[in-house]
Design a protein around this ligand. Structure first.
Ligand code: NAD
Ligand code: MG
Length: 380
């Protein structure tokens, strides 16, 4: 096997840096050929000096000029789409809808997409799906739940038939067990204290509202073609069982490992082989218990909103995800309380125009429209 050329869009974030950590531990199996960021100048310059990629993509214009000055020997570009041109596999670790161009360009160029950026697939499912038929194009999920399901389906030797349901596990986030009333005045700091995972701020807030799990239900539907009635969420606070597949005879196959995102990252980069570094190995002598409970959808209504949008389909998931991005940003910058997040999303979804997307412009339009409505709701 030759060296796999890897490009990482969002290389300075939580997933991006963990990807580089895995590559560093993989002794010459991978070559980092591309790095991409939004505006993290110093971080990406330091990464580029260490990894010597061919291409560095920087979305922000001012940041791009500074990066280009510091790296005269590297091709510094604006578009993350350049990453797929030089790589065998692209890790999409961009946060939010901004990751759409990475998802589309990687598949369009017939490359493997190691997908952490769930928002692109959720918002643009109808236009991303046809791209998966392009020869060589292939999604391997990095989101731990979907990576787990990918592994369960693969191990069953029967990838799509006889599946009864997918069981996505959720840690429950920092507010598990709390009532709606007690959550009225939680702070940003409290929402950012995730019990089992250390992640970027957006997904950490999404985990506190259970919107992350809602988005993952839609992500599972898109990735595996499973109907919404056959995707269930189970709260599992230890984050050791990463998800499960139940078959028609009642048998369940689960994937277990300690919570460490480097395992799903390594899985997606090494696929179809398995990585030789055991990031998530369990010490069974200290693993005392595994608990499971039903999600509290009275308190965490975002999960219901996501199922609703997923069932409507078309551009509704794009609206859901865009409204959520606006609401989470407003919460993080102190403009709204935590309990306003689902209200903003719900009010925005009420305005959904029912557009059925056929081309990417329809998705871009839906995203922009939903953001405009969400901002209006915020201002009202
Ligand atoms: P993060 O905030 O830590 O990092 C985001 C990265 O995206 C940074 O490198 C930033 O420079 C880059 N970026 C931002 N805007 C950009 C733009 N317009 N163009 C190009 N790059 C841009 O985020 P994260 O926690 O690493 O999450 C990344 C994605 O992975 C999200 O979609 C998240 O839902 C998903 N994910 C993350 C985890 C985790 O453990 N962090 C787990 C599962 C899924
Ligand atoms: Mg996940």
């Amino acid at each position: 096997m030759g060296i796999t050329r890897v490009a990482i869009a969002g290389s300075t974030g939580s997933i991006g840096t963990q990807t580089l950590d895995f590559v560093a531990q993989s002794e010459g199996q991978f070559e980092v050929v591309g790095l991409g960021v939004g505006s993290s100048v110093d971080e990406v310059i330091a990464q580029a000096k260490l990894w010597k990629p061919k291409v560095v993509a920087v979305a922000n214009e001012d940041a791009r000029k500074r990066v280009a000055e510091a790296l005269p020997e590297v091709q510094v570009v604006a578009e993350q789409t350049a990453l797929a041109e030089v790589a065998d596999v692209v890790v999409n670790a961009v946060v939010g809808f901004a990751g759409l161009s990475v998802t589309m360009s990687t598949l369009q160029q017939g490359k493997r997409l190691a997908l952490a950026n769930k928002e692109s697939l959720i918002a643009a499912g109808p236009v991303v799906q046809p791209l998966r038929k392009i020869p060589g194009a292939h999604i391997v999920p990095v989101d731990s739940e979907h990576c787990a399901i990918h592994q369960c389906l693969r191990s069953s030797g029967n990838e799509h038939r006889e599946v009864q349901r997918l069981l996505l596990t959720a840690s429950g986030g920092p507010f598990r067990g709390r009532t709606k009333e007690s959550l009225a005045h939680v702070t940003v700091e409290e929402a950012l204290k995730h019990p089992t995972w250390s992640m970027g701020p957006k997904i950490t807030v999404d985990s506190s509202t259970l919107m992350n799990k809602g988005l993952e239900v839609i992500e599972a539907h898109e990735l595996f073609g499973t109907g919404f009635d056959q995707i269930d969420v189970v709260v599992h606070p230890q984050s050791v069982v990463h998800s499960m597949v139940e078959f028609t005879d009642g048998a369940v196959i689960a994937q277990l490992s300690m919570p460490d995102m480097r395992l799903p990252i390594a899985y997606a980069l090494s696929y179809p082989q398995r990585a030789s570094v055991p990031f998530g190995a369990i010490d069974w002598s200290t693993l005392a218990r595994l608990d499971f409970e039903a999600p509290d959808t009275q308190t965490f209504v975002c999960l219901n909103l996501a199922y609703e949008a997923g069932r409507i389909g078309g551009t509704a998931p794009a609206w859901l995800s865009a409204a959520n991005e606006v609401a989470v940003e407003a919460f993080l910058s102190g403009k709204i309380t935590w309990s306003r997040i689902p209200e903003v999303i719900d009010a925005t979804l009420q305005q959904h125009d029912g557009l059925v997307p056929t081309i990417v412009e329809d998705i871009l339009h839906a995203d922009a429209l939903a953001r405009r409505f969400a901002l209006q709701v915020l201002a009202a």
